[in-house]
Design a protein around this ligand. Structure first.
Ligand code: OXD
Length: 332
């Protein structure tokens, strides 16, 4: 059971004493969770009126936006907007329309312990599933095959994590605890105990060469779009396992299919796709070497996330700097 924090703010959504109402505009893609989100927002942010897009009301009253994939012109029309919060860890859904976003309004990405924990579970699960060959045993069960496969220690398996931010680092550290050899690749060099860190294009070949498992947790930017491609798969060991829990735009889907066909890539676990929902006729659905999930590797938890947002709004009101503000030039 999740502990509910008692809000110190009054739980009221009407404007106090007739003053102009202050609005947080909310948009989620999840119809299943929308009402729950709104309940949590109302109970935790009692001095703000919560409006759910497309019922945005008077855009001049919108001071905060907590959104996933909202048309840029909606936010551009909010003349009193103070902060844009991304509902997820990624911000590419906001930056694709960057020219329409109000200039100088901070965009804050979601950093939250539940989101991190969910991603760690997803990544560790798939690394262990592949490492212990449970993917093969599942196929064997379907065909009633009783056959033992070689079992190697995790220390003989190198996992490379692309993207060493909040999520990547947490995954890398958890994998270390299971005894995997872990390396990390990011745009700028990181120093992490027990993790071999690589950075920049010039170290990609070295990074890829040692991998048994590749985990992509990169932000989607102009530099990283299409980075999971045939040329890069060829720079990895034959039989590498690929996990993509970042964005569909990182992967050239036809290259993955061809690399699985040739045996260069052994199998893949994919949570994200170029087109979501994945079209019914897509080859990935029935591919025996691809395990897929519908963009659920880690879902933002309303309880914990709204507390983070409430804290950030308080910081802002006190005139303190915000945490996890993204750099629109870097795109993350
Ligand atoms: C995220 C996501 O960015 O769920 O958090 O994709």
């Amino acid at each position: 059971m999740t502990e509910r924090r008692q809000s110190s703010r009054p739980v009221s959504n009407s404007p106090p004493g007739g003053a102009r109402e202050r609005v947080l505009l909310f948009k989620t893609e999840s119809s299943a969770l929308r009402d729950h989100w709104v309940d949590v927002l109302r109970s935790e942010l009692g001095d703000l009126r919560i409006r759910v897009w497309p019922d945005s009301g008077d855009l001049d009253a919108v001071e905060y936006a907590l959104v996933w994939d909202i048309p840029g012109e909606v936010l551009a029309g909010c003349r009193n907007l103070k902060i844009i919060f991304s509902l997820g860890a990624g911000v590419d859904h906001l930056l694709s329309d960057v020219s329409k976003l109000p200039a100088d309004i901070p965009i804050v990405r979601m950093v939250d312990e539940s989101l991190t924990a969910g991603m760690v579970e997803y990544v560790v699960y798939h690394c262990l599933r592949y490492h212990r060959r449970l993917d093969v045993y599942e196929m064997q069960q379907q065909r009633r095959i009783w056959e033992e496969l070689p079992q190697t220690p995790t220390r003989e398996c190198t996992v490379g994590v692309m993207g060493m931010g909040q999520l990547g680092l947490a995954c890398a550290n958890s994998l270390l605890r299971f005894g995997f050899k872990v390396s990390g690749w990011s745009r700028s060099k990181k120093q992490q105990q027990a993790i071999t860190c690589y950075a920049g294009d010039e170290e990609l070949t070295q990074f890829f060469a040692a991998l048994d498992i590749l985990v992509c947790l990169l932000p989607l930017t102009r530099q990283t779009r299409g980075i999971l491609n045939a040329r890069n798969f060829d720079r990895m060991k034959k039989g590498v396992f690929v996990i993509n829990a970042a964005r569909g735009g990182h992967l050239i889907e036809k290259d993955l299919l061809a690399s699985i066909e040739s045996g260069q890539v052994e199998a893949a676990a994919l949570d994200v796709f170029n087109i979501e929902p994945l079209p019914q006729g897509h080859a990935f659905w029935r591919h025996p070497k691809i395990t897929l999930t519908p963009h659920v590797a880690s879902l933002t938890n309303p309880q914990t996330a709204v507390r983070r947002i409430a804290d950030q709004i308080e910081r802002h009101r006190r005139g303190e700097s915000l945490e996890h503000v993204i750099d629109t030039q870097r795109e993350y």
